[in-house]
Design a protein around this ligand. Structure first.
Ligand code: KG4
Ligand code: ZN
Length: 404
């Protein structure tokens, strides 16, 4: 079985090709065209720019993926698509994606249908115009090639990215280099902390496909807090990696400076979060400093470190509380912020203190930030209970939730 996966929910255009079997999940190709450089100028993502970039990138990325996996086969004769009912329908599916239509038309005229059994596409949550571009592209290919679509929830994708973790990656696991088996090796129930640019949720995973949101952020997401704090400090976008980099360079002791930021909702009995006050505290601290301090490396590094630690403290405490309360066997992380090294190290330590029996699973950083491998994995794991759907029934759902 071969799956083509498409992910365009935010500012990364992602295409993956996977071949799952009873033995293992073979990731044949996993491509990302990042728009970070474009959005850097604005300090955040502009949906209409992001959409335009998706329209430009999707076809070249698909071609690249198919070529790398020997699935790109030229037609005997390059067909210029004529005006037929079939072609008009294609035009109709892509009517709001003019740029993408031109590229898609050429691509379909030039190459044969690849050996693909399913097209998996992120339908939500995410930025509405960006989601639609990916969804429309998936619909156009599915229609043209006669392949069914599997709609994927982006958050479930982040969660199930943990199934991409090769056994042996977690510090607690001794066996190295064992390929991830497609049968379920992860012990459930589990708690999964999702920390991305748009979401911060603690999810109880009863089974694959059976979830309960135990808590979530009441305002900004953890990734959003990183991004906003980085903007205040003039560090650029995306904020997470630059804050982490600054924090790492901070020396442990600084006699002249002292910064203490709040840990919002650290001791509340629920599993909710709030990060908007933390960002405001950073802003107040920044405003009150004189310009010499503000511009000093020491200050930026120290406040970055303190802000990162404040976020880590709350994330770990609330997640472990949920894990304890629900007596789960596994704790998982997912989403861009889960790529944060310090968060991973501190989580690993705390989980071992909490219960030596509990397993912490975190997939490698490249599967935590947005990618289409997780969309392919998600589609694969959900095929038994979620039937593939005909292309004309698919739509983007920007506010889709994984559970109630
Ligand atoms: O999951 P993701 O790639 O996209 C969304 O679904 O939102 O997450 C993006 C977020 C951004 O806010 C980014 O600043 C943050 O993840 N992020 C990080 C790191 N890498 C990305 N945050 C902290 N540390 C990192 N190393
Ligand atoms: Zn994401």
């Amino acid at each position: 079985m071969k799956i083509l996966a498409i992910e365009t929910s935010c500012d990364d255009t992602c295409i993956a090709l996977a071949e799952p079997s009873a033995k293992d999940f073979k990731l044949m190709s996993n491509l990302i065209s990042s728009q970070k450089e474009i959005h850097k100028k604005w300090g955040g993502v502009y949906p209409s720019f992001a959409r335009r970039e998706h329209q430009k990138n999707l076809v070249p990325l698909l071609e690249q993926g198919l070529r790398a996996t020997n699935m790109l086969k030229l037609k005997v004769k390059n067909e210029k698509l004529k005006i037929t009912v079939k072609n008009l329908k294609l035009k109709n599916i892509l009517e709001r994606e003019k740029f993408l239509y031109d590229k898609t038309e050429k691509f379909l005229g030039k190459y044969q249908k690849p050996e693909i059994d399913y097209i998996a596409v992120t339908v939500g949550p995410g930025l509405d115009p960006c989601l639609w571009t990916g969804v429309n592209f998936a619909k156009a290919l599915a229609y043209w090639w006669g392949v069914p679509i599997i709609p994927v929830n982006h958050i479930e994708g982040h969660l199930l990215a943990n199934w991409l973790t090769p056994i042996g990656e977690s510090a607690k696991r001794k066996t190295q280099n064992v390929k991830q088996k497609t049968e379920n090796k992860i012990k459930l129930p589990a708690i999964c902390l999702i920390v991305s640019g748009g979401h911060t949720q603690i999810i109880l995973v009863k089974k694959i496909g059976q979830y309960k949101i135990l808590g979530e952020t009441r305002d900004d997401a953890a990734g959003e807090a990183f991004d906003k704090i980085a903007r205040i400090l003039g560090l650029g976008y995306p904020g997470g990696p630059v804050i982490a980099q600054q924090a790492k360079q901070s020396s442990m002791i600084n006699d002249k400076l002292s910064i203490k930021l709040p840990r919002p909702m650290l001791n509340t009995k629920d599993y909710d979060f709030s990060f908007s006050g933390l960002k405001t505290s950073v802003l107040y601290d920044y405003i009150k400093r004189n310009s010499k301090i503000k511009k000093s490396k020491e200050y930026i590094r120290l406040i970055a470190k303190e802000a990162q630690q404040a976020i880590i403290d709350v994330l770990i405490k609330k997640t472990l509380k949920a894990a304890r309360d629900y007596r789960v066997k596994t704790i998982m992380l997912g989403g861009g912020v889960a790529a944060n090294k310090e968060l991973r190290i501190q989580f690993e330590k705390k989980v071992q203190e909490y219960s030596p029996e509990a397993n912490l699973i975190v997939s490698s950083g490249k599967y935590c930030t947005d990618n289409a491998a997780m969309i392919a994995m998600s589609a694969y794991l959900r095929i038994p209970n979620k039937k593939a759907i005909n292309w004309n029934k698919i739509k983007a759902e920007p506010n889709l939730r994984i559970a109630d």
